[in-house]
Design a protein around this ligand. Structure first.
Ligand SMILES: Nc1ncnc2c1ncn2[C@@H]1O[C@H](COP(=O)(O)OP(=O)(O)OP(=O)(O)O)[C@@H](O)[C@H]1O
Ligand SMILES: O=P(O)(O)OC[C@H]1O[C@H](OP(=O)(O)OP(=O)(O)O)[C@H](O)[C@@H]1O
Length: 342
């Protein structure tokens, strides 16, 4: 019997007759549940990651659950903001969301020994900063100047905790900053679900707390950042419930696969030829992730070197290699990888 024949059979049965959500949940049995953002900025990058990790599934258009054909896994498609709740408090084992969303959740639901989430892996995409922003042409230049004013955000918990600390610091109230006692917040924090950047121009806010990546949205709205509340990237999280050994093994396998894809995206393989006299200098430029591989060439005195180099630094490294006499420098993309964690 081929590997994963049972998983494939169940998936085919699903494909023939689309189950309703309750039926779907019943047929999940002992599958590991893996939450993935159903839309928004992280969605496509997550689908690419699943494909790179050979997690095969077919998602029906009206169903937020998909059975994985080649593992004991079911994917659940959920809003990024809700994933920390489902993973931390429910039966969902693994999830991908932003570190900002985990922090927003943990302000009101602090993790305990058996609930909440643990970060398994930084996924190196979805990089952004949650920042305090004010009108470029206004008079406010420091976040303290927003105390007692209107602040609009989708991250009310983080914003509230940020301004609570600021207010306490201003009053020299260490006890409040430590969280032991919560007087009424002077700053008025209001929730808005999207297009937060419009709030100042529309007269709803004196300042906002919103995500910034390129800064284009902020500039287009005539805003400037005056402080950073939290920096974020997408992360793989798992719940803290003591899980079965089978689940633990599957979590480890999935994490290893995803780590392999992320590493392959981050690095390239650089090979070149160099005279032995210059080998030390060249190896300092390309030390590799672990160490460079060095092979002798048929040509006396010359060696071939290959080393992993961070993709974003490769042009610089090639310039440096040329300067120390490297020849035939070639750069190759990596399809996938398994390397020692560093
Ligand atoms: N401009 C951005 N650049 C990079 N990552 C971002 C950006 N905006 C958001 N993110 C990341 O993606 C996560 C989800 O944000 P996104 O706005 O796409 O969510 P969403 O589920 O579509 O919610 P909404 O319907 O409220 O917009 C954020 O919590 C953050 O970690
Ligand atoms: O710095 P930038 O690269 O311009 O990205 C920042 C924007 O991206 C996010 O919103 P998104 O576009 O996801 O839509 P939303 O306003 O509906 O949340 C965020 O809330 C900012 O508005």
């Amino acid at each position: 019997m081929p590997e994963f024949a049972e998983e494939e059979k169940t998936e085919r049965r699903w494909s023939r007759s689309l189950p309703c959500l309750t039926d779907a949940l019943e047929s999940l049995n002992d599958r590991l549940l893996f939450a993935v953002p159903k839309k928004g900025r992280l969605h496509q990058a997550c689908l690419d990651l699943l494909q790179g990790s050979d997690i095969q599934f077919h998602r029906h258009s009206r169903l937020d659950i998909a059975l994985v054909k080649n593992h004991q896994i079911a994917l659940v498609f959920l809003p990024a903001a809700d994933i920390p709740t489902f993973v931390g408090e429910g039966r969902v084992d693994l999830g991908i969301t932003g570190r900002d969303q985990v922090a927003e959740h943990e302000v009101v639901v602090p993790p305990t020994a058996e609930s909440g989430v643990d970060e398994v892996l930084d996924l190196d995409f979805g990089r952004c900063n949650l920042q305090v922003q004010v009108p470029e042409k206004g008079t406010i230049t420091k976040p303290e100047e927003l105390i007692g004013k209107n602040v609009v955000t989708s991250f009310t918990n983080l914003a509230e905790s940020y301004f609570r600390k600021l207010e306490a610091e201003q009053e020299g109230g260490e006890a409040v900053a430590n969280g032991s006692g919560k007087p009424k917040l002077k700053t008025n924090i209001k929730y808005i679900g999207g297009s937060v950047e419009a709030a100042c121009a529309l007269g709803v806010a004196d300042g906002i707390v919103d995500l910034v990546e390129s800064g284009e949205t902020m500039r287009a709205a005539g805003l400037k950042a005056i402080s950073t509340v939290i920096s974020s990237t997408a992360i793989l999280i798992k719940n803290r419930h003591p899980s079965s050994a089978a689940n633990e093994a599957l979590v480890t396998l999935i994490a290893a696969r995803i780590r392999g894809v992320i590493t392959a995206q981050r690095y390239v393989l650089c090979t070149y030829n160099i005279h032995r006299d210059q080998l030390d200098a060249a190896c300092k430029i390309t030390p590799g992730k672990r160490a460079p591989t060095i092979n002798s060439l048929e040509e006396p005195g010359w060696v071939a070197v290959s080393a992993m180099v961070e993709k974003k630094k490769i042009s610089l490294r090639m310039d440096e290699l040329e300067k120390v006499g490297a020849e035939d420098i070639l750069v190759m993309n990596l399809e996938n990888s398994r390397t020692k964690e560093s």
